[in-house]
Design a protein around this ligand. Structure first.
Ligand code: THU
Length: 130
């Protein structure tokens, strides 16, 4: 699957990001099982560590609206290269989205697709808490 629409939505979502301090704009678009798309941008505050990445914004929006199953997440930045999700977001994707396609999108709309388990092998999970 190419995820063209999802890639476009991730690029568009950068518009509402708020990277006040880094000026590094990231957009994410999460495709739920019911084919609804939830978007998010990164949001920074003056207390820098309270930043939230675009991926987590989109995922928490979707979860808080009742979604529980997902197919893919696209992540876009203004880089020529591909913006890869941070470690914290990989854990959240693994826990809350499961084995989905992670679609990295560069500024020229080219994509690279990975699976969650490729991005976070040997993941800690709720199984470990049983
Ligand atoms: N950021 C994201 O939103 N997603 C990523 O995949 C990597 C990093 C944000 C966090 C911060 O606002 C800015 O990019 C610079 O690290």
């Amino acid at each position: 699957m190419e995820y063209k629409e999802l890639a476009d939505k991730a690029l568009e979502a950068k518009k509402f990001s708020l990277p006040t301090y880094s000026n590094f704009h990231v957009g994410a678009a999460l495709l739920a099982d019911d084919n609804k798309i939830y978007t998010g941008g990164n949001i920074e505050t003056s207390s820098y560590s309270l930043t939230i990445c675009a991926e987590r914004t989109a995922i928490f929006k979707a979860i808080s609206e009742g979604e529980r199953k997902f197919k893919a997440i696209a992540i876009a930045s203004d880089l020529d290269g591909f913006c890869s999700p941070c470690g914290a977001c990989r854990q959240v994707i693994s826990d809350l989205c499961g084995e989905i396609d992670i679609v990295l999108v560069n500024k020229n709309k080219e994509t690279k697709i990975y699976k969650t388990s490729e991005m976070l092998p040997l993941a800690f999970s709720d199984d470990d808490l049983k």
